[in-house]
Design a protein around this ligand. Structure first.
Ligand SMILES: Nc1ncnc2c1ncn2[C@@H]1O[C@H](COP(=O)(O)OP(=O)(O)OP(=O)(O)O)[C@@H](O)[C@H]1O
Ligand SMILES: [Mg+2]
Length: 286
């Protein structure tokens, strides 16, 4: 059995700071994700979750934000992007990212088949015929029953739920070591969100991909992740095992835990703030 404590982490982040002009969106963050691990990032709106994720994935617009890090490594190799002045993000080998809105992950003018085949040809170094067979298989694996039709469809011709599945197929078909998912299920209602998460973690496990997932759903963290990282005002204030969430000490985490049932039933339009979770916890205690 492999001793995971001594193997190279998939992701190593030390002292990472993200600034937008005078705004410090992420302040000196330290984070490690080991092989096959699933880590959740939670925190109120504006706490810096997306900035952290985009800085790691290389999706931060260099004209808007600036990233500084003592260490930023994927599979032990520095993710050096300094000096890049391109505004169009490039794929980082070994890393995939999915978003809340599947439309923003997919190219609107290319068919699903051509997007999936392009990724498969690049990563598997296979011919078009083999890539087409593999693409059909990937679509079946994400539960699409008519893969031939979907291959020829443009993203806008599919339902939201199908686009979400296609996005996961494309993200994981390159067999990345790390998948970063920024609120991938927030646009779905509660029952669909659980199914989409299950699909994502099953596929990631099969491919051997570690997952860094941004969410505000504590129940999803408990059920699907190994560790939880709590952000507050740009800082990582707490990191703990998902199974030990009840021992969280930071007031924001405690507040979030205290009002889970109400939050769940309300299906938030907005993320909770420390003030709102405190008020809600007090209301429940009364
Ligand atoms: N392009 C940008 N230019 C200027 N400021 C920005 C930009 N993007 C984010 N910010 C600011 O950086 C801070 C962190 O934002 P970020 O989007 O990372 O938070 P978040 O935790 O993902 O929030 P949410 O839960 O609402 O998605 C906020 O103060 C935000 O206003
Ligand atoms: Mg965000």
């Amino acid at each position: 059995m492999i001793d995971t404590t001594t193997t190279t982490p998939v992701l190593r982040v030390q002292d990472l700071t993200v600034r937008y002009g005078n705004i410090v969106a992420v302040h000196s963050a330290n984070l490690e994700v080991r092989r096959g691990e699933r880590v959740a990032v939670v925190g109120e709106s504006g706490s810096g979750k997306t900035s952290l994720a985009n800085a790691i994935a290389g999706f931060l617009d260099p004209l808007a934000g600036e990233v500084d890090a003592a260490t930023l490594e994927l599979d032990g190799v520095p993710l050096s992007r300094s000096g890049e002045q391109e505004r169009i993000p490039r794929r980082t080998p070994g890393l995939s990212m999915v978003f809340q809105d599947a439309m923003s992950s997919l190219d609107p003018v290319w068919s699903i088949g051509s997007q999936l085949i392009a990724v498969l040809r690049e990563t598997e170094k296979v011919g078009k015929k083999q890539a087409t067979q593999d693409a059909l298989q990937w679509l079946r694996e994400v539960g699409i029953t008519d893969p031939e039709r979907v291959m020829g469809a443009k993203p806008h011709e599919l339902s939201g739920g199908m686009r979400q599945r296609v996005m996961m197929a494309i993200a994981l078909s390159s067999k990345p070591s790390l998948l970063i998912a920024d609120e991938p299920t927030s646009a779905l209602d509660a029952s669909l969100a659980v199914g989409a998460m299950q699909l994502m973690v099953d596929l990631a496990e099969r491919v051997g991909t570690a997952v860094l997932i941004i969410t505000h759903d504590i129940e999803l963290c408990r059920r699907f992740t190994d560790f939880v990282v709590v952000m507050y005002h740009g800082e990582i204030v707490e990191q703990l095992r998902s199974s030990e969430l009840d021992n969280a000490t930071h007031p924001y985490t405690r507040g979030l835990l205290a009002c889970v049932p109400t939050l769940r039933s309300a299906r938030l339009d907005q993320l909770p703030t420390l003030e709102s979770v405190r008020a809600e916890a007090e209301e429940q205690a009364a």
